[in-house]
Design a protein around this ligand. Structure first.
Ligand SMILES: [Zn+2]
Length: 467
């Protein structure tokens, strides 16, 4: 992030002109408020900053690229984004592979969640709490306002600090704490993010206490290891006063949710993430121990089956998944995972029957339909695969891998435009703008620029560039 964002130059020029002209220039009095307004980046600049930051972060931070994991996080976040409408920003959720308890938001709509935090959470509502708070910082333009006030120099400084903050070696000690403090929002902004965050959570159908649960977990962490304060707490100091304020907001506004939004398969998500960030020698014993601690825990067996599968222990995986389903035949996603395993071994009839079981428990469930489509692509049945993938994406537009699979099916069927269109959608959802634009252009060419589909591709290119 070497170059300074363009907005600074323009705004500085505007400010200098006014200062030169002096107070006599009506409407351009160099009051503090005016200077602040000039120096506050525009929404367009914020989006540019976000894009630049995301490009830099993709190079410097170790990010999770498994679409299954990113899809799950997107599913937690989507209702909150919806609740916070109208919204100028397109939100993108990134997962950083790092054991630190941390999360931060960047102007323009990028939210970074650390695997340490995601693995520590006890239910999706806690993650929703963090997302809601961070989203509020973005929506209410807190970083932009801080730049305007001169508290933050510019996004380049911010980027350098944020990127280094995830590295324990850099953040250890006073220097790290100092850098983190520099980044802290003002107390006023923190309160605003808590307040709006609570409302978004409530609107999204999550239990607003999720935010409190999360903070309590952080406090416990801090108590257990005084030497290692979670980075999130360095930028978000917790006090009994702040906790009490959140509690009273929930009380006063009656934000209790009688039937909080549930997101199934959290145990599955955490097992996939754990296997993504650590090696077999660490992960397998961890999940074996969980099963030993409670032999009749169906979810623990499901997790063990998943991590075995991840490291290619097929026979063990088969046993563990079967065990989980003996213990709890309603564990729909375990049926789907077992189906994928059978399909991988070429036992197509068994796989199909198992998929049916999963779909009986959760009819038209997008992720299951997508898995069925994926298995059919691998089997070499693109037309059949396409039917399932179309249904999957109609049921659940947040799916990511389904686009990649649909692209492959379309390629096998000789649909060049369709192939590039789905590859573009896949890369767009993975936040790989350059690749997405490349495929949108190729799709436009393949469809014909003047055709209705070609024009649609043109519109999507414009949209992506502006987001
Ligand atoms: Zn905050």
């Amino acid at each position: 992030m070497g170059s300074r964002p363009g907005h600074n130059r323009c705004n500085m020029l505007g400010l200098m002109l006014c200062l030169l002209a002096g107070v006599t220039w009506a409407g351009c009095a160099p009051t503090v408020k005016k200077a602040e307004e000039w120096l506050t980046p525009s929404v367009k600049s914020e989006k540019e900053m976000g894009r630049e930051f995301a490009q830099e972060a993709a190079k410097k931070l170790s990010l999770v690229e498994d679409p299954d994991i990113l899809e799950y996080v997107a599913h937690i976040g989507a209702p909150i984004v919806e609740a916070a409408q109208p919204m100028t920003y397109r939100f993108r959720f990134h997962v950083v592979k790092s054991p630190t308890l941390n999360a931060f938001a960047v102007p323009g709509g990028h939210i970074y969640l650390y695997s340490g935090l995601l693995l520590k959470a006890r239910h999706p509502g806690e993650i929703a709490g963090v997302i809601a708070h961070e989203l509020a910082h973005v929506k209410h333009r807190h970083t932009a306002q801080m730049i305007g006030k001169g508290t933050l120099v510019n996004l380049a400084t911010l980027a350098a600090i944020l990127i280094s903050r995830g590295e324990p070696a850099v953040t250890a000690g006073a220097a790290g704490a100092g850098m983190a403090m520099q980044l802290s929002f003002t107390r006023e902004f923190e309160q605003e993010a808590d307040r709006y965050g609570l409302f978004y959570l409530y609107q999204a159908g999550y239990d607003p206490n999720g935010l409190l649960d999360f903070f309590e977990m952080m406090m416990r962490e801090q108590r257990f290891s005084i030497s290692r304060i979670p980075p999130y707490l360095l930028t978000h100091p917790l006090s009994t006063e702040r906790m009490a304020q959140i509690e009273s907001l929930v009380q006063i506004h009656r934000l209790q949710v009688t039937q909080p939004r549930e997101l199934a398969d959290f145990h599955r998500f955490q097992a996939l993430l754990q296997a993504e960030v650590a090696g077999a020698t660490q992960v397998i014993p961890l999940f074996q121990q969980r099963v030993e601690e409670n032999q009749v825990d169906a979810k623990a067996w499901h997790q063990l089956g998943l991590v075995y599968l991840r490291y290619g222990w097929v026979k063990e995986s088969l046993q563990a998944l079967s065990r989980s389903l003996e213990l709890d035949p309603t564990l729909a996603s375990a049926w789907a995972d077992l189906a994928m395993l059978q399909a991988r071994m070429g036992r197509w009839e068994e796989a199909q029957a198992l998929f049916q079981k999963a779909l009986e428990l959760r009819p038209e469930h997008g992720p299951f339909l997508a898995k069925m489509g994926e298995a059919l692509v691998q089997k070499g049945s693109p037309s059949e695969a396409l039917q399932f993938l179309d249904r999957a994406l109609a049921a659940d537009p947040l799916l990511i891998r389904a686009h990649e699979m649909r692209a492959r099916a379309k390629k096998d069927l000789g649909d060049d435009g369709g192939f590039h269109e789905d590859m573009a959608s896949f890369h767009e959802k993975m936040d790989r703008t350059v690749e997405a634009l490349k495929h949108f252009r190729l799709a436009m060419k393949a469809y014909g620029e003047k055709s209705p589909k070609g024009e649609e591709m043109q519109r999507r290119i414009e949209q992506l560039k502006a987001s």
